[in-house]
Design a protein around this ligand. Sequence first.
Ligand code: EPZ
Length: 420
Amino acid sequence: MDKFVIHGGKKLEGEVVISGSKNAALALMPATLLASGKYRFENIPDLRDITTMSKLLEMMGVEIEKRSHTMELNTFRVSKLEAPYEQVKKMRASIYVLGPLIARYGYAKVSLPGGCAWGPRPVNLHIEGIQKLGAKIEIDKGYIIAKAKRLKAAKITFDISSVGATGNILMAAVLAKGTTTIENAAIEPEIIALAEFLVRMGARINGIGTTRLEIEGVDALNPSDDVMIPDRIEAGTFLVAAAITGGSITLNGCNPNHLTAIITKLQETGSLVTIGKTWIKIKAHRTIKPVDVTTSVFPGFPTDMQAQWIALMSIAKGSSVITDTIYFDRFKHVPELARLGADIEQDRNTAITKGVKKLIGAKVMSTDLRASASLVLAGLVAEGKTEVLRIYHLDRGYEHIEKKLHSLGANIRRVSGKEY
Ligand code: EPZ
């Protein structure tokens, strides 16, 4: 398992290109199960999660070719309508095959995802939604087994906003008979990208971008191509990297409209942020003002930036309160940041962070994707050497992050090894 060795203290300067969105690609790739044919996706990021989704689809019979950031998929020979535990346990987003399989083939056998690094992650909204669309569901030995002759339209209201459940039910409803409505649908940019892709395939969806979707089912869809939207969480992570190191960087190839909450909060800390159509420039202030954050669904401050924000607040000039309303137990980074000298008191889903004068480098352990990002950010500013272990977590969702950080002046290198 690889580790990063970081010598902190360098201000990041320069320009960085943001990669395609992991979470958009993880939704659009399974959507190709909805129609046989050839698809071409551009701006696909080079990530472990993308490889995991590719392997799962290939096990089903999808032929996939990836050359640099272009992916070609051929779904003519889909034959296996199953997502086995061995694959699903690696990545929860595998459950995205459930909707398309039951809608197009009338059958799906998908492993329950189980927990993840920071606790249980239920899929009841996915299952209940598919049931409401008329599928017969049984849970057998850890598998969801869904059957349906043809799905029938339904009125579906999500008690809580769920990105994955919205995506799954949307992909099921596009081939259901009749008009389905989804109330309290997620409006994250990745869901909007999925809905727009489905429309390009011939789906009839009204209300895209709102929490009320109306889907008029069609008998069949056709393949289409797409270009992935930029990854807003990678972009937010680099903005924080500039702020925490007191640097000044420009992000190219991003969509500032997807980052309004993060930009506003960074401006409140004292950073100067200017934006263009596809770029964001940030110039950090010498001191970081403490700024409270409460995560919420889009367009609020994303839970996927909570860990990175705590890292930034750990060296702010004062105390701040960070509350995660999406996941109540997504704080595995807190004890690791404490090893670097951060002063954070966690109480249930809130972390009170008292800024310290400086962090001191140490060995720290990655536990999940965004937690490891926060450890890298802290290492960039900690005095001396920080070793971030088990960075396979990072490789799930950040494309060559050490190369991008190094190009901005960070003293960071990847060390391959066994025991880390
Ligand atoms: C997506 O996960 C993202 N993953 C996550 O990003 C992100 O943290 C999350 O949305 C929230 O924005 C992908 O898009 C692949 P949810 P998802 O369903 O769809 C509860 C990353 O770092 N819930 O919106 O799994 C759930 O427990 C990853 O890239 C149910 O109770 O998240 C949570 O509290 C990590 N029942 C809340 O809803 C369900 O059936 C939001 O979860 C489904 C969800």
